[in-house]
Ligand binder design. Structure first.
Ligand code: KIV
Length: 301
């Protein structure tokens, strides 16, 4: 296997290290921010080299990479394993690590310590936490530890049991009011960006206009300051029908299946490997080997 080491690169423009300040500048310039999830070295490199500004090691890896039923089971150590791999593949994008369920809800001191692990051991540049105004104080404490925090409100998958399923949030007047309070509280707490998931377009637009924090939407309409999608969703690697907001940009499942089946067919029909895909002895060694084998055959007679 040969892998080219990371060097200077960016496919669609000049090299630029993205920071939390860059996100704010983009919001002010009305320049849409792009974010994709990545969970391993190879995809992180591809996403970064394509010029995506933010790479999120989402806890969605519980489902996409580890095959869990939801995001609740994934552990700090499992998340860290993936964050470290992604770190090795990302050069310019802002690298955000998702704090898994149980790593920040139980005890604020443990939460800050866990956030610090993502920075110190994983090389993350920010951590993401689900929840609105009830998380504002914790977010302040993490920022006090010099760790930028991304907020995440609306349909927060770690609350699946409380929400009673994955349901669009903020559809009633009360729900809209709560989302506005959540957004304003996190804006004041100083989050670096705010993920808005599964909320009506109109509500996401109101939040985006109201706060100075850049908003990154997923199923939240086009008025957000940026958009995030799950890598596996855009490439048809999720083994199920996509959510309404997902746009598929490729069919990696079909491509991989075709390649794997072709390999199997070639091996079973002796088409792989060919002579040109094989290593050969140097000429003189081959000559010497043939002499030895001929002698052996003669002695055996
Ligand atoms: O885990 C994840 O991938 C996420 C994004 C969908 C925002 O939280």
């Amino acid at each position: 296997m040969s892998i080219t080491p990371i060097g200077p690169r960016r496919l669609d423009g000049p090299e630029q290290k993205i920071t939390t300040a860059t996100l704010r500048e983009q919001k002010l310039r009305h320049e849409p921010i792009t974010c994709l999830t990545a969970y391993d070295y190879a995809t992180a490199r591809l996403v970064d080299e394509a010029g995506i500004e933010m790479v999120l090691v989402g806890d969605s890896l519980a489902q996409t990479m580890l095959g869990y039923e939801n995001t609740l089971s994934v552990t700090m150590d499992e998340m860290l394993h993936h964050v470290k791999a992604v770190r090795r593949g990302v050069k310019n994008a802002l690298l955000i690590a998702d704090m898994p369920y149980g790593s920040y809800q139980l005890d604020p001191k443990a939460a800050v310590a866990n956030a610090a692990r993502f920075v110190k051991e994983g090389g993350a540049e920010a951590v993401k936490i689900e929840g609105g105004e009830k998380r504002a104080e914790l977010i302040r404490q993490i920022i006090d530890a010099e760790i930028p925090v991304a907020g995440h409100i609306g349909l927060t998958p770690q609350s699946v049991n409380v929400m009673g399923g994955y349901k669009v949030q903020g559809k009633s007047l009360g729900g809209i009011e709560q989302l506005m309070r959540d957004a304003v509280a996190l804006d004041r707490a100083g989050v670096a960006c705010l993920y808005l998931e599964g909320i009506p377009r109109e509500v996401a637009a109101m939040i985006t206009a109201e706060i100075s924090t850049p908003t990154i939407g997923i199923g939240a309409g086009p008025e957000c300051d940026g958009q995030v999608l799950v890598f596996h969703d855009i490439l048809n690697l999720t083994f199920g029908p996509p959510a309404k907001f997902v746009r598929r940009y490729g069919d990696a499942a079909a491509m991989i299946t075709q390649a794997v089946q072709a390999f199997r067919t070639d091996v079973r029909s002796h088409q792989y490997p060919s002579d040109s895909e094989s290593y050969h002895l140097p000429k003189d060694t081959r000559g010497a080997l043939e002499t030895v084998l001929a002698r052996k055959r003669a002695m055996a007679r």
